[in-house]
Design a protein. Structure first.
Ligand SMILES: [Zn+2]
Ligand SMILES: [Zn+2]
Ligand SMILES: [Zn+2]
Length: 188
């Protein structure tokens, strides 16, 4: 997991935390931050994938976001999956980005999407096997709960619902507990 908080911040995110232009200017001068692109700054602990995704104009998505959060991922390709707020993106060095535009981008700025949205991105981009592996990992780490499973059931397909049932069965504790029972209530 390389989710050091606020490793990359927009000017708006900095300002909301009380870091105005004088701070940015001094921090740049001292090397406490570097400029990713106009209006976007990185702390020294920002990981490669986050730097590339934000340089591209979005934030981490799909398997890149899952890996960044410390979830188990099968995919070990170097391409970075980027969640873009619009069709607009930026060219940058070493760009091999895979773009995602699915809606519901509530996390403004550089925050990764919610885990359930990451899971849906993985389903459509990488297929149901990868979806299952990451879902199991999310349940095991308690980063997905019954409400997330219900949302996924409503917003995915039959193959995903089968994977959700299988992942729940294989969970000895949390996900098979009564509080998760409602997750299968909307089974189609
Ligand atoms: Zn993807
Ligand atoms: Zn990372
Ligand atoms: Zn790129």
């Amino acid at each position: 997991m390389c989710d050091a908080p606020l490793a990359v911040m927009t000017v708006a995110e900095l300002r909301a935390r009380g870091f105005g232009y004088p701070w940015v200017r001094t921090a740049l001068h001292w090397g406490a931050i570097t400029r990713v692109r106009r209006g976007l700054y990185a702390r020294p602990w920002a990981c490669r994938d986050l730097l590339l995704a934000t340089a591209h104009g979005g934030t981490l998505a799909c398997v890149s976001a899952a890996r960044h959060l410390g979830l188990w991922v099968l995919d070990d390709a170097t391409e970075v999956h980027v969640w873009l707020p619009s069709r607009h993106c930026y060219k940058h060095d070493g760009c091999e980005c895979i773009e995602h535009w699915d809606d519901g981008r509530s996390g403004v700025g550089t925050m990764a999407p919610p885990v359930r949205q990451i899971l849906r991105q993985i389903l459509h981009c990488r297929g149901v096997e990868e979806f299952f592996v990451v879902l199991e990992s999310a349940l095991r780490q308690r980063r997905a709960d019954a409400a997330d499973l219900r949302w996924l059931r409503r917003h995915t397909n039959a193959a995903a619902r089968e994977a959700i049932d299988l992942a729940r069965q294989r969970m000895p504790t949390a996900a098979s507990s009564p509080s998760f029972a409602g997750a299968s209530a909307t089974s189609a």
